[in-house]
Every structure is written in C-alpha cells, then in structure tokens.
Design a protein around this ligand. Structure first.
Ligand code: ATP
Ligand code: LTN
Length: 340
C-alpha cells in the first residue's frame, strides 16, 4: 500500500494573452509580450491565442492572412510554449469568444469606447474603413480574457487601457448579477514594455507599419537586422546615455538592455567615449543573438503543417471546455433559455 499522502491541489493562477496575426511579429511584440509569456507559462496556468478575429478590424488579404495565422501559431511554439502544458489555440476556432463579445457589447457604453486611444489612432490610420468591429475591439478582448477567468494578462504598455475596460466590464456584470468573472490584473514587464519604431522613435514599433525600416521582424535575417539598426534614427549629440530628447538612443538602449540584461548606467559606462556606430553594432549583435533560436525553431514548426493543425485542434477543444462553461454561466444569469 502506498504511504504517500496527496497534498491539497493548489489552484495555479491563470494567465491569458493573445497576439494578432496582422503582420509578421516584431521585436516589439517579442520583447514587450512574447518573451514574458514563456517565463510566465512555466509558473502559471497559461492560455495563449492567435487573435484572428481582432485582426480583421483592419482589411486583410485572404491568402496573406491565412499564412500569417499559421506563422503566429508556429511562433508561439518557437518561443518555447508547450502545447501539453499551456492551452494554445486560434481564437475563431472557439465560437464562445464572438458570443460573449456580443453579450458584453450590451454592457458597454458608447462613451467609454470612444475614449480608447488605439481606436483613435487606428481610425486615423485607416480613415476609409472605420468599421464597428474596430470600435468594439476592446469588448472582444474583454471576452477573450473573461471567458478563461484570467487572473493575469501579460501585455505591452499599449494595451493597458484595454485591460482597464475589461476590468470595468467585468465589475459591472458582477455587480448587476452576482460574481461571475475574475477581475484580471495587467502584467506589464518593466523592460521592453514599449519598443519604439526605429524610424520614428516617438511611435511604438508596429508590425502594420507600412515602412519596414521602422521595425525588426522576428524572422529578419541577421544582415537585415544589422542594416535596420544601422539606419535607426538617433540625434547629433553622439553620446550614449539615456536622456531627454534622445528618443532614438533611449529606444536602442532599451532594446540592448532587454537583450543583454545590462542596466542603463552600465551601458552608458561601457560605451563612454565610443560613437553611435559602435553602439549600434553592439545592439545589432545582441538582437541577432536574441532572435536566432526563435527563428531557427520557427523554421522547423512552420514546415510541419500537420503538427500545427493538431496543436490548433487540441488547443481549441481544451479552450472551449473552459470558455463554454463561462458562457453558459453568463447566459443563465442574463436570462437566456439555455440549449439542452
Ligand atoms: P498592430 O501593429 O497590427 O496593431 P500590435 O503588434 O500592436 O499589432 P498585437 O499583435 O495584438 O498588436 O500585440 C501583441 C502583444 O505585443 C501585445 O501584448 C502588445 O502590447 C505587444 N506589443 C505590440 N507592440 C509593442 C511594442 N512596440 N512594444 C512592446 N510591446 C508591444
Ligand atoms: N489587443 C491585443 C491583442 C489581444 C489580447 C487579447 C491581449 C486580443 N485579445 C486578450 C491580451 C488579452 C493587442 O495586444 N493588440
């Protein structure tokens, strides 16, 4: 007979995050979000999705879109997420996301959505297609989070406002009915939270930037990375230190610090008396080494379509079990007649 006693199971905290397949992910996505996901997934109960429904708020070319969805799925594996440990899936494969988003739309005010800075920025950038989906985007994001009762949501600093809305919607629903949703906390890493464009260092690095010189894609070859960093906008001061009016250098210091673990004082000390050329070469080397393993593993996963399909199918089934439970709870509280 076994003498082992089973300790009471401690429920791990749940974390959830998503990434849109709206282009090839950038160094900003990697340092600001993906790099943290792997670390957190080792400690917490992780759920990660390819947010394809979010991506169609901007017009996508069908063939390119399909390719990008598979690329982002392969990337989630390439950063080291384990599909047996974490739930990894494609958002549109779990219908509960769209269903809960609709219900939550009816608990969200027009005025609060109008204040979202991402909506303002994106509607200015796509003035010919300011669609209702773009407006309601944060509600779909709230549904993604609340379906899984996530405690923690690791995102870049640009998503803070959307997280606050998700919390407001959850609190509102819990108050009108009874406790239904866990109130999620944002997890914003200290470093890499906002990687800026290499060409316009007052704007965030974005994969949908029409100028590819502004971003480094996680799949860029080393020579391309070197070239892009060499042509990054700086200033005419010529000294490497973190300071006001030095957006370009500050950004490169942030990137270098994320890749090497060195703090700003140490970087300024190491490059004291050296020019921007030398500093840029060091930043480029660090970025190349940081992304090398990701690029290599990505190449293996993307070549195995069968495996990607299997991961997506298993992930969606596992996600749906949790999501459907929350959706039914919500529908019951609102007063819907539940399907038998
Ligand atoms: P798009 O540029 O198409 O709007 P995006 O890259 O901003 O897309 P997502 O793909 O949904 O948006 O972002 C995935 C994650 O990457 C989010 O957590 C987001 O906060 C983070 N992220 C995006 N850009 C940056 C950046 N420049 N610096 C740090 N984190 C970022
Ligand atoms: N809007 C997010 C992507 C996203 C997301 C989510 C992030 C969609 N659903 C749920 C965290 C949790 C963005 O980063 N642009």
């Amino acid at each position: 007979m076994s003498t082992e006693t089973t300790a009471p199971a401690v429920q791990k905290k749940r974390i959830l995050s998503c990434i849109q397949p709206s282009g090839i992910p950038t160094l900003g996505n990697y340092l600001g979000a993906l790099k943290n996901w792997k670390k957190l997934a080792d400690t917490f109960d992780g759920t990660f999705a390819v947010a394809d429904l979010h991506a169609i708020t901007v017009r996508q070319d069908p063939a390119t879109f399909r390719k990008q969805i598979n690329q982002v799925l392969a990337l989630l594996l390439a950063i080291g997420l384990d599909p047996d440990e974490s739930t990894i899936f494609i958002q549109s494969h779990v219908p509960a996301h769209a269903q809960l988003a609709w219900i939550l739309n009816c608990y969200t005010q027009f005025g609060e959505m109008s204040r979202m800075t991402q909506f303002k920025d994106k509607s200015a950038a796509h003035a010919d297609n300011v669609n209702v989906g773009l407006f309601a985007y944060p509600v779909l994001m709230a549904a993604d989070i609340l379906l899984y009762q996530a405690d923690l949501v690791p995102v870049g600093a640009d998503q803070k406002q959307h997280l606050e809305i998700a919390r407001d919607i959850a609190n509102r629903f819990n108050t009108i009915y009874s406790p239904t949703f866990t109130i999620p906390e944002p997890y914003i890493g200290k470093q890499g939270a906002r990687v800026m464009s290499l060409q316009a260092p007052n704007k965030k690095m974005s994969k949908s930037d029409p100028n590819p010189k502004g971003y480094i894609s996680v799949f860029d070859e080393p020579n391309v990375i070197v070239k892009k960093i060499k042509s990054a906008v700086t200033d005419c001061d010529g000294k490497v230190f973190y300071g006001e009016g030095k957006d370009g250098i500050n950004n490169l210091m942030g990137i270098y610090s994320c890749c090497t673990g060195l703090d700003y004082d140490r970087i300024a000390h190491d490059f004291d008396g050296k020019g921007y050329g030398e500093f840029k070469a060091a930043v480029a080397d660090a970025v190349v080494e940081e992304l090398r393993p990701v690029r290599e593993r990505f190449a293996q996963y993307i070549a195995d379509k069968g495996y990607l399909e299997e991961v997506a199918a298993k992930g969606a089934a596992r996600a749906a079990r949790v999501a459907d439970r929350t959706l039914m709870k919500v529908m019951k509280k609102v007063g819907f007649v539940l399907p038998k």
